[in-house]
Design a protein around this ligand. Structure first.
Ligand SMILES: Nc1ncnc2c1ncn2[C@@H]1O[C@H](COP(=O)(O)OP(=O)(O)OP(=O)(O)O)[C@@H](O)[C@H]1O
Ligand SMILES: [Mg+2]
Length: 234
């Protein structure tokens, strides 16, 4: 077993200056997340969940504190290095899917591989493999507007998986989906976790958090609770 945490945060704070006052979005948060954890971040609106996700995903820099991602101190990295780390380590999944609307499902999934210096045939082959993983091989040539909401989110999950990231980071992934489709997406997350994937899910829905093995509750930018979840698998 690898004893090093995949995510190590020590005293992470994030401030925003608004005119003459300061909004504290995260207030000295210290957490470790190990490989193959399945973690939910919960908390009320404004508690800092998305800020947390943006910092974990290297989309934003903390104002203070140390963030070590997969044994690399993120604070020392240039913007270019950060972009490379994001591409290598993180698969993002958003509530609004964020697909390229003028590209087929296949093209969308191939897109993150462009930065890998990989030939077209290999990119296509890897993207088809990822589409197979989310059970969408028969929709590869569809445009996003020819897909249902759940299918669009599965394309986004395939796009997140295609680079084989160390972490899947999802912010309200089922926020735009009905309950049946939500169950379907959560079943896929459960399977990915069983296959060894590390998953971090930001949600305000208790049903979603109920799938995760660990729940971290934020309140006013601080960790209020951090507990293990008993999940019954059938
Ligand atoms: N770019 C920004 N500029 C100023 N303040 C911000 C910015 N982004 C977030 N904040 C503030 O930081 C706090 C945390 O915001 P964050 O988006 O992380 O909350 P959240 O838990 O994701 O909420 P929600 O459940 O509504 O998505 C809020 O008070 C918010 O107003
Ligand atoms: Mg949010």
């Amino acid at each position: 077993m690898d004893a090093q945490p995949l995510i190590h945060m020590d005293g992470i704070s994030r401030y925003y200056t608004m005119g003459d006052h300061r909004v504290i979005a995260l207030d000295s948060v210290s957490i470790d997340i190990m490989r193959n954890e399945y973690v939910a971040f919960i908390g009320s609106s404004g508690s800092g969940k998305s800020t947390m996700m943006n910092i974990m995903g290297c989309l934003e820099r903390p104002s203070a504190g140390e963030y070590v991602l997969n044994e690399r101190n993120v604070g020392d990295l240039s913007e270019n290095d950060l972009a490379r780390i994001r591409n290598q380590e993180i698969g993002f999944i958003f509530q609004s899917f964020n697909l390229l609307t003028r590209a087929t499902a296949l093209r969308n999934v191939m897109q993150p591989l462009i930065y890998r210096g990989m030939g077209l045939a290999e990119r296509e082959q890897k993207a088809m493999q990822a589409l197979r993983r989310v059970d969408l091989i028969d929709r590869a040539d569809h445009m996003p507007n020819q897909l249902s909401g759940g299918q669009r989110q599965r394309v986004a999950i395939a796009r997140a998986l295609v680079t084989e990231p160390s972490i899947l980071l999802a912010d309200e992934p089922t926020g735009n989906l009905d309950s049946d489709t939500t169950r379907n997406i959560m079943k896929l997350f459960d399977e990915l976790y069983a296959d060894g994937q590390t998953l971090i899910v930001v949600t305000h829905e208790p049903d979603i958090a109920g799938h995760c093995r660990r729940v971290i509750e934020l309140s006013d930018g601080k960790v209020k609770h951090d507990y293990k979840n008993d999940v019954h698998t059938d």
